[in-house]
Design a protein around this ligand. Sequence first.
Ligand code: ADP
Length: 460
Amino acid sequence: MAPTTRPIRKLLCANRGEIAIRVFRAATELGIRTVAIFSHEDRVHLHRYKADEAYLVGKGKTPVGAYLDIDAIVALAAAHDVDAIHPGYGFLSEKSALARACAAAGIAFVGPSAEALDTFGDKTAARTLAIASGVPVVPGSDGPVPDLPAARAFAAAHGFPIIVKAAMGGGGRGMRVVRSEDELDEAFTRAASEAKAAFGDGTVFLERYVGAARHVEVQILGDRTGEVVHLFERDCSVQRRHQKVVEMAPALGLSDETRAGLHGDALRLARAVGYENAGTVEFLVDETGRHYFIEVNPRIQVEHTVTEEITGVDLVQAQIRIAGGATLHDLGLHQDAIVARGHAIQCRITTEDPRAQFRPDTGRIEAYRSASGMGIRLDGGSGYSGAVITPHYDSLLVKVTARGNTFEVARHKLLRALAEFRIRGVKTNIPFLQNVLTHPKFVAGDITTGFVDGTPELFD
Ligand code: ADP
């Protein structure tokens, strides 16, 4: 019998910016009272005012450290009768310590179990599970690669190119492509030290580098009865330095066989751990249509919007209700009842200057006019006239999602929306996004993960 859970009447989002506001909107519509936390640097940030209550956290901490202080956040939640904590993405979202601290305080954690977070937080453990579950992985090392001689031995056996990856990595960091023997030593050493600095753990492993690949990921939802469903796939091949820039659902040009394989393997992996709540199973798809598992993101993702737009399912509300004890059956989310309609494309407007190597720009936004109209959805947090963009956090300003009956309709809507924006006072990547969306390869749906970095004219 599944444990009983107290009803969620009050929810704290342990995050900031657009995802905190997204969570508050979902909770408010469910009749749940919302609680924000904010750092000193965010004291006038919009997410604070979008919640019913807001509390300062992280006195004496760094701007980022304020959002990472598990003890302080859980204590604050307990003191204010919070029933559930939603971690958003980034920050504490993949930390099993938060899930455990919530359990100890009798607070629902809106996410998977601590055990699932531990398994999927370590990419080598996730690979091992995938192999044991019969899910194809990229040919790679058998677990972590401890030192250079071991790395050389792997390269000798597998050839080049290969990719060095941080076991605990994320956000495209701690990753190095190695094309020849003479690059190996430096890449290996650098990836390990980068991983140590960024994630506090220098463990790395190796995979064959899959060239001309597409990044296709499957959205899943699971409940405490062990039921799991998928909500189709997203294509996130438009990446700059392994970080996603434009995402779409569904993926274009997949054969029925590849698509069914992706969905089936995502479900198989989720079932292997009795996955609860929302998650994403990420794959690479090569030129021949073969797919390879790369990792699971056990949380809501930045690009969840495109899936919501084609399925009509509010993923954040589903997360909250599942954390409150609801089953997929309660939510009406039977696999056959989940249908995808049309196409959605999201792009991330950031305060970065594409003509200066994407250097983050800061300062006061002097004028801000955003887009609207049929088929356009905005998820924002820091964009308004008078807002001050600080250097302390990531530079995401607003996510723009367009929906249409066809990919071409959605693409035109997105371009139309980007052209409606007027943002003065800080530089944005809008000209770059316009170049991407009008590039013949993008128009043809012919994009692999190397597209952005290999197409210099996108930065003009
Ligand atoms: P992160 O957790 O940092 O996002 P991922 O493992 O999800 O790292 O990989 C991010 C991106 O890096 C992928 O979408 C892909 O573009 C590239 N990548 C990762 N592994 C491989 C590989 N074996 N071959 C080719 N590209 C890869």
